[in-house]
Design a protein around this ligand. Structure first.
Ligand code: AP5
Length: 218
């Protein structure tokens, strides 16, 4: 059976991580987030984490070759053998081309789900996000406030603000998204693979649409 690859596209704060956790479980696909992989490397103090830190803190993209080596290593693991759900990758045309080349040989089935959210809402989501230091779960001070202040509902870990979640760095991340990542919409539209979803609604409504589009595409 060919591999199934679902790509979640969308600007910073669109809800990719929130939806990917749930969608991956519903579709039986491993959730692969390049942002989470870099943060894991950072917290373990690896050489890769050290190289990525400056780019992430400045809201810039990590250079393609570092991302590609890390990504292809991750998707070669056994939990990805039937397929995987990509969150935060690809982010540039060269990344998309490299992925396409690697998937061509196996004849993978690809579906791209694009989350659309207005800029003002993105800023509110990013600056109000608090992330668990232990398990990475994201809360929001207004939209999904933790039951105990400063503590993750899932594991009780400490909630912190990501160093790139300031209004200033968000502005840079959004600019980088417009310049380098948004062109991927046209890249995948030309291949007839994109379904766009209104990500400004509540998470359950967004999830229902994502799930049905992913199932239709299967
Ligand atoms: P990454 O971690 O991928 O960040 P991002 O793409 O900017 O996305 P975010 O994690 O900020 O947002 P999200 O869409 O996942 O939103 P979330 O669900 O948390 O990348 C970080 C950095 O790593 C990059 O800047 C770059 O430096 C580097 N990097 C990573 N991948 C790379 C690559 N491929 N190439 C090069 N560099 C790379 O939601 C946000 C908040 O909103 C949360 O608080 C959540 O609770 C809330 N929320 C979500 N959905 C809703 C809803 N429907 N209603 C109300 N609140 C909601």
């Amino acid at each position: 059976m060919s591999q199934r690859v679902v790509i979640l596209l969308g600007p910073p704060g669109a809800g990719k991580g929130t939806q990917a956790t749930r969608l991956g479980a519903a579709l039986g696909l491993a959730h692969v987030s390049t942002g989470d992989l870099f943060r894991e490397n950072l917290s373990k103090g690896t050489a890769l984490g050290q190289k990525a830190r400056g780019y992430m803190d400045a809201g810039q993209l990590v250079p393609d070759q570092l991302v590609l080596d890390m990504l292809f290593d991750r998707v070669s693991k056994s939990d990805c053998s039937k397929g995987y759900l990509l969150d935060g990758f690809p982010r540039t045309i060269p990344q998309a081309e490299a992925l396409e080349k690697s998937l061509k040989a196996g004849g993978a089935q690809v579906c791209v789900l694009n989350l659309r959210v207005p800029d003002a809402l993105l800023l509110e989501r990013i600056t109000g996000r608090r992330t668990c230091k232990s398990c990475g779960n994201a809360h929001h001070l207004k939209y999904s406030a933790p039951k105990v202040e400063g503590r993750c509902d899932k594991c009780g870990g400490e909630l912190v603000q990501r160093s790139d979640d300031s209004a200033e760095v968000f502005g840079k991340r959004l600019q980088v998204y417009r310049e380098q990542t948004q062109p991927l919409e046209a890249f995948y539209e030309a291949r007839g693979l994109v379904r766009s979803v209104d990500g400004a609604r509540n998470p359950d409504q967004v999830f229902q649409d994502l799930q049905s589009f992913a199932k239709e595409a299967a």
